[in-house]
Design a protein around this ligand. Structure first.
Ligand code: DGL
Length: 281
């Protein structure tokens, strides 16, 4: 019950999910891993993303986590099935909020922003086809967004221009909902709102994912009963003073980010990464 919840992403994007979890489950202790040495996952091979997801899941479960949130759409589509078969604790993933957008759309057209890897994945295609009879789903890969967020470049003229290039074509096609299919993009919500004005609603997954985590913990009687605010600990595979500063800004509190020196060999392959064993979870 009083064990922590683990959360990980390729970088700082999953902090948007951690903020949702902190809001919905204020008493839970959280352990957050930013795999910044391997960011962005969107441009890595499936093998590398899967290996990193396993290595980090192993680390978090060894820290005693009672549940893990894969706070990354790209790692979710790539690895969640494998993580779930290897691990007995609840593993909660994130996926683009196509369902709420489809249910609420008046124009019958919605836009989805995500990484190329998410958009081309089988699970995204399956999700898309569930709703494609109801709405026209326009997709847009946003390869420059992750780097902007990693650099905390959230409000500049450059960011606005890049966001316009991605978002305006979707609005021109009649999209009245813009789905954020990457957790990094949450931090660009103010810029995207500025672009779409009242023409579209932005759909973010932080709160629905946090509610799903709450349901899963509650079902297993794992909710932390403590009265105090939960603690949060951060690690990065590329820790530095700068990383601590940027993460503190996004988190809204001063934090020190510890170094996570786990198998940083970039040539990591399925044959040489650690294999997660059921007993580790
Ligand atoms: N936050 C990750 C996601 O939701 C970022 C992907 C990346 O690192 O490319 O997909």
């Amino acid at each position: 019950m009083n064990r922590p919840v683990g959360i990980f992403d390729s970088g700082v994007g999953g902090i948007s999910i951690a903020l949702g979890v902190r809001k919905i489950l204020p008493s839970e202790d959280l352990l957050y891993v930013a795999d910044q040495e391997f960011s962005p996952y969107g441009s890595k091979s499936n093998t590398i993303v899967e290996a990193r997801a396993e290595i980090i899941t192993t680390f978090l479960s060894q820290q005693g986590c009672k549940a893990i949130v894969v706070a990354c759409n790209t790692a979710t589509v790539n690895s969640i099935n494998r993580l779930r078969t290897m691990c007995s604790i609840p593993i909660v993933g994130v996926e683009p909020g196509i369902k709420p957008a489809a249910l609420q759309s008046n124009t019958g057209i919605i836009g989805v922003l995500a990484t190329e890897k998410t958009l081309s994945s089988e699970s995204f295609q399956a999700l898309r086809s569930q709703f494609s009879a109801a709405v026209n789903i326009e997709i847009q890969a946003c390869p420059r967004f992750v780097e902007l967020v990693e650099k905390n470049n959230l409000n500049s003229v450059e960011t606005l221009k890049i966001a316009e290039d991605y978002v305006l074509p979707l609005i021109a096609k009649g999209a009245d909902h813009i789905v954020l299919g990457c957790t990094h993009y949450s931090f660009l919500t103010p810029v995207i709102e500025q672009i779409v004005g009242d023409k579209a609603t932005i759909i973010d997954t932080a709160i629905p994912v946090s509610l799903e985590l709450k349901r899963q913990l509650s079902r297993r009687d794992l909710l932390n009963p403590q009265d105090r605010q939960g603690l949060t600990k951060f690690w990065s595979s590329k820790a530095s003073e700068q990383a601590s500063e940027k993460i503190s800004q996004l988190w809204g509190n001063k934090v020190v980010v510890a170094d996570l020196n786990l198998h940083k060999d970039k040539t990591v392959s399925k044959s040489n990464h650690i294999s997660l064993k059921q007993r580790d979870c």
